[in-house]
Ligand binder design. Structure first.
Ligand code: GDP
Ligand code: ZN
Length: 308
């Protein structure tokens, strides 16, 4: 009796490296790279999704299922509809630098976004070579307010090859993404971490901000077998979507132990009587600068509503 021709219907595991229209690059659990077709039901898969696939090679492989996501990074498109960008990210690295300038409110916006999607943030101050010693000390004192509330901070200089080993230790075993204003050094950092990848480094004088990067698709790169960096042109400078004041408050992690103690359940933490957040600010338990930043963030969403 002739054996049946071998037909492979066994599901195998893989991870999506990059998503294109009707196909996706995947890395199989054996470390093989394949370009797989996507079944209609799997149309929403994105970079970072853990999937099962069937087939043998580029000619016949197809993605048939996806595992539940641990985390999902989304971004509203032009019509305001949320579009998934990348899945299963463990860490958002918020990069700042003395040039183009440190904007603490912007760091706070990224922190709120990270808190709301339950991805651990890491604060990275790059280009420390541009500081005089006493300036750097001042900056460290300022950023210590973040350390006190439980955020890790790394100081680096790509130019002087300083702090990059420490950064690498924070990346180990995780899938991370670099975010932050244009010009802070994200591409330079990525290039250092992934020396074999062609990543275009921009100049601060290039104000167009367009077309400086060679990649246009969100893509995952291995740093080592257990660590990856996701590069996403759409998300590098992502901004916070519109959220309610209570969501903003839940993005300020040091508020958590206080805001249940406000007299009113729907306290906006402004001039309400017996506001536990205001009390905590007065008692020095919440940094005044963070509180002010919270108010500015709430106001900015209020303005958006009024402009409509
Ligand atoms: P991105 O827009 O965030 O990706 O920033 P780039 O990586 O393109 O860097 C913007 C500019 O800053 C480039 O001219 C880099 O050479 C420069 N740069 C990056 N890292 C450092 C650093 O640690 N120190 C200094 N002095 N310049 C840096
Ligand atoms: Zn309150």
């Amino acid at each position: 009796m002739n054996p049946e021709p071998e037909q492979d219907t066994n599901d195998k595991k893989g991870t999506v490296i990059a998503r294109f229209g009707k196909s996706a690059d995947i890395e199989t659990s054996e470390g093989q790279l394949l370009n797989c077709a996507i079944r209609k039901a799997m149309i929403s898969i994105v970079c970072g999704d853990v999937i099962t696939w069937q087939g043998h090679d580029n000619n016949d492989c197809v993605i048939c299922d996806r595992q539940e996501r641990k985390t999902l990074l989304e971004r509203p498109d032009a019509s305001g509809k949320y579009k998934p960008i990348a899945a299963n990210i463990d860490q958002i690295i918020i990069v700042s630098a003395p040039r183009p300038g440190i904007d603490l409110d912007m760091i706070d916006r990224y922190l709120v976004a990270a808190e709301l999607i339950h991805i651990e943030p890491l604060i990275l101050l790059n280009k420390t070579d541009l500081y005089e010693k006493d300036e750097l000390q001042k900056m460290q004192d300022l950023l210590n307010t973040y350390q006190i509330i439980g955020y890790d901070i790394v100081y680096s200089s790509v130019k002087q090859d300083h702090g990059l080993e420490t950064l690498l230790n924070h990346l180990r075993g995780k899938t991370s993404i670099l975010v932050g204003q244009s010009g802070v050094g994200k591409s330079s950092l990525a290039k250092h971490l992934l020396p074999d990848i062609k990543i275009a480094i921009g100049k601060l004088s290039d104000t167009s901000g367009q077309g400086r990067h060679t990649t246009t698709t969100t893509r995952s790169y291995h740093i080592d077998a257990a660590s990856s960096l996701i590069d996403s042109p759409g998300i590098r400078e992502f901004n916070l979507w519109k959220i309610s004041p209570s969501e903003v408050a839940s993005g300020f992690r040091e508020f958590a132990e206080h805001h249940g103690n406000c007299r009113f359940n729907d306290c906006a933490h402004r001039r309400e009587p017996d506001c536990a957040i205001n009390t905590a600010v007065t008692e020095g338990k919440i940094a005044k600068r963070r509180y002010d930043s919270f108010i500015r963030l709430c106001d900015s969403f209020q303005e958006q509503v009024q402009k409509r």
